[in-house]
Design a protein around this ligand. Sequence first.
Ligand code: T5A
Ligand code: NA
Length: 220
Amino acid sequence: RTPSTPIARGAFIVIEGLDRSGKTTQGKLLADALYSSGHNVRQTRFPDRTTPIGQMISTYLTSSSSTTLSDQAIHLLFSANRWEAAPSILSSLQQGTTIICDRYTHSGAIYSAAKHNPALPFHWAWSPDVGLPAPDLVVFLDVSPENAAKRGGFGDERYETREMQEWVRSFFVTMAAFGEEDGDMVIVPAGKEISDVANVVLDKVLPKVEVVEKSGSEVG
Ligand code: T5A
Ligand code: NA
């Protein structure tokens, strides 16, 4: 569709959260709502399991804990999976398409740091993602690990343990508080009804999308 005013560039919106926090559900509702109000929208997600790198990641996530991939190796595959998509993300943004992305660099650094491997500290985990297109806004869907664990499919994959999810949540809350390392982050309580959460997400995201689309600022 053709918006009434010319668009300088699209906004890069990332949805983050624990496993089963509702990222996919909310990302779709958000993309639909933005599209209905006249914005060009594209959805992306990480890991993107459709590429050869993504297939290696998927095998790692769905296999038991005995695997030959070191923590550093799987970490770099997650980052490479973003780097292989970066040119396409950049070109969509520059063509005026807003991107709604399910997980991105925050998941990358936080899930690896939550392993508490002394050889993989947070600053090490963040560094391979430096230089990727930076989000304009990161929405953290905040559910308690107990609540997320009650949802369909929880426990199917490697990181879906109570202890890991508790650590991941505390890292996200800390990053939101100190924030702004890679774009603004807002926390949205996500334990309520799907439609209630969707309304709050849209309230946070829409003003940002409108500002970015008009501003013509460079992608960070
Ligand atoms: N990871 C990822 C890394 O370690 N490093 C990285 O760099 C990256 C990118 C897989 C794993 O990879 C890790 C993090 C993960 O452990 P993933 O494929 O995104 O990442 O896996 P999940 O987060 O588990 O993705 P899911 O699709 O399973 O969860 P979503 O998208 O958060 O949740 P969603 O929307 O599919 O909903 C799950 C269920 O809950 C229901 C839904 O209907 C669905 O059944 N639901 C609700 N129920 C009640 N109330 C609500 N408000 C609900 N919202 C949704
Ligand atoms: Na999962």
